[in-house]
Ligand binder design. Structure first.
Ligand SMILES: [Cu+2]
Length: 363
């Protein structure tokens, strides 16, 4: 029986190994969670505990009034499985706001001009969970900037935040005064002020732009986006049907892909035989080993630099600040789990959350 004939396979496979409490999400919804706080709360989940052990513990009652252990375990398992199933059934859940949308430049005298406003908004990370977000143009990730190697680019930033800020163009080898680090290469951009960056785009690849001022908070709250530079010479670029930017983050909003947590993450939908390029970008403070079920990933670039020897893997570890470009040959039909493999970032006894999505390969 093929996988696609058994829609419950996904649930069966993924619902059996809860490893941590869901306290992280609860705490995250209370407001800003410090990095140390995240670590502590995640660590309090008993990493080695199996589902059965957890159930036994939860069901432990004095022998005199005991329901039979089997019946108790069954009831607990049913309740847990129901929560897991509910989460999966809700996916992909609708939420307000979608980041990473291509920002079309104005072109004046051959210069591509991008206007950004940094401001505080309410952002729906998952259904009903609204959080304070600091954004460029109101979304997480910020609008995607996509230019070509050698383009002249001007970026106007208006700061409507209650703090000073600045933009660093992460990965671009710019003249020093365009590097966006307050007190090293420029003054901080005060609340209410505007600032202009202008440069000729140097090196191609998958890059990022983000705040470099009070960055744990500012990037953690959403001041981040993809800055893609297409090469002048495209002869070495893979021919792909889809080009997907996936920004990972783990700040005050919890564990997110493109500003959303499961079940509000966006599935990637491909047709059988299509080739998919994924540009991973880690804007967080933790590593995230990205694991795709059913098909391997061919890693073609690191931090925007093409690899002389692409390699295959099913799990790709992405450290803070790193970008990896991979190509997936979508040759295996079905709905495939696609998630961070630090399981505390993806799954708890309440079901899947955070850094989980799916690659759906349609026949
Ligand atoms: Cu992770």
């Amino acid at each position: 029986m093929s996988n696609s004939d058994r829609p419950t396979d996904l649930i069966d496979t993924l619902a059996v190994t809860p490893t941590s409490r869901r306290s992280f999400l609860k705490a995250a919804s209370l407001g800003a969670v410090s990095v140390a706080g995240v670590g502590t709360m995640v660590a309090c989940g008993k990493a080695g505990e199996t589902g059965a052990a957890a159930v036994k513990q939860a069901g432990a009652v004095p022998a005199a009034n005991a329901v039979t252990p089997a019946a108790s375990a069954q009831a607990t398992a049913d309740a847990m499985d129901a929560m897991h199933e509910k989460g999966i059934k809700a996916f992909p859940a609708k939420t307000k706001g979608k980041g990473n949308q291509l920002l079309a430049p104005r072109v004046e005298k051959g210069v591509k001009i991008f206007d950004l406003t940094a401001s505080v908004v309410q952002w729906e990370v998952e259904p009903g969970r609204l959080v304070e977000a600091w954004t460029y143009n109101g979304t997480i990730p910020a609008p995607q900037i996509r230019v070509r190697e050698g383009d002249r680019v001007r970026i106007n930033l208006k700061n409507d935040l209650p703090e000073s800020t600045a933009i660093h163009f992460h990965g671009l080898e710019l003249p020093n005064d365009q590097d966006g680090v307050p007190f090293i290469t420029q003054p901080p951009i005060k609340p209410g002020q505007s600032y202009t960056y202008e440069f000729t785009v140097p090196n191609a690849g998958s890059h990022m732009y983000h705040s470099h001022h009070n960055a744990t908070k500012q990037v953690g709250l959403g001041l981040l986006g993809g800055f893609i530079v297409e090469p002048k010479d495209t002869s070495h670029e893979p021919k792909v049907d889809q080009d997907y930017v996936m920004v990972l983050n783990d700040g005050a909003h919890g564990y997110t892909f493109n500003g959303k947590s499961f079940p509000a993450t966006e599935p990637i939908v491909a047709k059988l035989g299509q080739k998919l390029r994924i540009r991973y970008m880690n804007e967080g403070m933790m590593i995230h080993p990205m694991h795709l079920h059913g098909m391997h990933q061919t890693v073609i670039a690191k931090d925007g630099w093409p690899l002389p020897y692409p390699y295959r893997c099913d799990t790709l570890n992405i450290a803070p600040g790193e970008r990896y470009d991979v190509v997936v040959n979508c040759n295996n039909p079905g709905t495939w789990a696609f998630h961070c493999h630090i399981l505390q970032h993806a799954e708890s006894d309440h079901g899947m959350f955070g850094m989980v999505t799916a690659l759906i390969v349609q026949k």
